[in-house]
Design a protein around this ligand. Structure first.
Ligand code: NZQ
Ligand code: ZN
Length: 384
């Protein structure tokens, strides 16, 4: 493996039913003025909002509401949150939701301490924030692992870009699978596929020889596949729900990435399409992955074949055959769990949108080969 230094800043509270005691324990240690950040409506519908307000008042907090953070959070919403933090002298941000709420808060936390615009800072001046409003995450939709890292994906509507920004780490993450029980199964599946995608994009990165990070990764991938099947068969399977939640955390808490260069080109492609269509992240990845890997067959066959054997349990007579069988198995799994395999299934039928996405997609160095803009467009177009 490559050299690394590892220190992990996020305290994890994991387990069915852990939320009440963990949230109270954490919130007793933070400042008085709390920004409660949440999404478009599920928090109030499920009753969790009222419960959280009770717990926060019990801990003596003044709570300022920051709701309405929709999927694929926007730069404008970040600015709204940063203004609230400044206006009310917020000491702590509590993000309650899925990747969208959690990501938005990472950047609110940084923007609130900056005089300059965070987008320009990172994309024009290539500098990164160093001061943050402290925050913590309560995960109600697992899959992105966004509570585990300091990267956030923000849509700049005016610029038609959905791109990563560096923000703050959450000081703690509450991973109580009970809080995800109200999540529609469609979103559970899309989140779990996102986890699998994070694993695959990491696995395909260099070095390609035997290494511990990849071996752990194979175990996580097998675990996602097994437990997603179990949860679809029985949505009351709390064990499977908890396993998927921890898979999601592991895929993004750096552990699988230690000593590795990662290859997140499928993600960059999906984000670019998302900027134009506001599409669901996990669904977009499901469309992209098999085709992307077919374009990687000749340069990436060794690694694809290893994944085929160790994760999908399929083997052909040659390395090429095994690699191809593995991609077929991935595609069948995508169909089996009810995710789309074509853009049209997601209502995306306009080739010019895919062309614009390829034009604005961040190109990655690539771990088996570097894709050109034209080849990325081919990958997108094939599944119209
Ligand atoms: O907005 P509300 O009404 O709360 O509804 C949400 C939303 O519609 C709903 N939901 C969440 N918890 C619920 C619930 N509904 C019922 N019961 C609950 N307990 O779920 C819907 C989707 O939520 P969202 O947060 O958008 O989903 P997800 O967790 O998949 O996050 C997607 C975002 O994360 C980014 C994606 O690009 C996308 O913007 N990502 C962030 C990453 C990171 N920071 O590490 C990594 C990922 O690769 C990803 O790019
Ligand atoms: Zn993802």
């Amino acid at each position: 493996m490559n050299k690394f230094t590892y220190q992990y800043p996020v305290r994890q509270h994991f387990g069915k039913g852990c939320a009440e005691s963990a949230i109270k324990e954490e919130m007793k240690q933070v400042g008085k003025n709390v920004l409660l950040a949440y999404g478009g409506g599920s928090l109030k519908r499920t009753g969790l909002y009222e419960t959280l307000m009770e717990w926060l008042h019990e801990c003596g907090k003044n709570v300022v509401d920051f709701g309405g953070i929709l999927p694929n959070p926007t730069y404008d919403k970040v600015q709204e949150g940063a203004q609230l933090v400044r206006k009310y002298g917020i000491d702590f941000i509590l993000a309650v939701g899925g990747g969208s709420v959690i990501d938005c808060c990472k950047i609110v936390s940084a923007q609130a301490r900056l005089d300059e615009d965070i987008w320009d800072m990172q994309y024009t001046r290539h500098q990164f924030p160093t001061e943050f409003v402290p925050m913590g995450a309560v995960v109600t939709a697992s899959g992105t692992g966004a509570e585990q890292n300091n990267g956030a994906v923000i849509t700049h509507t005016a610029k038609k870009l959905k791109q990563p920004l560096v923000g703050a780490y959450h000081s703690f993450a509450i991973l109580d699978s009970d809080l995800t029980k109200t999540l529609p199964m469609k979103q559970v599946v899309s989140g779990a596929f996102d986890t699998l995608s994070h694993c695959m994009e990491t696995y395909m990165g260099r070095p390609h020889g035997d290494n511990l990070s990849d071996e752990i990764n194979e175990a996580v991938m097998r675990n996602v596949i097994k437990n997603l099947r179990a949860l679809i068969a029985n949505p009351d399977d709390d064990f499977a729900r908890g396993e998927l939640m921890w898979d999601s955390a592991l895929a993004e808490n750096s552990l699988l990435k230690l000593g590795k260069q990662t290859d997140f080109q499928c993600h960059m492609l999906e984000h670019a399409v998302g900027a134009y269509t506001d599409c669901n992240h996990g669904q977009g990845l499901a469309v992209i992955h098999p085709t992307f890997y077919r374009h990687l067959l000749s340069e990436g066959k060794e690694k694809l074949a290893r994944m085929a054997e160790r994760v999908w349990n399929v083997k052909g007579d040659t390395t090429d055959q095994t690699a191809a069988l593995g991609i077929d198995a991935l595609e069948s799994f995508i169909r089996e769990i009810g995710l789309p395999t074509r853009w049209s299934e997601m209502g995306i039928t306009d080739e010019t949108v895919l062309c614009a996405a390829a034009d604005t997609c961040l190109l990655m160095p690539g771990c088996c080969k570097q894709f050109t803009r034209d080849e990325l467009f081919e990958v997108l177009k094939e599944k119209l």
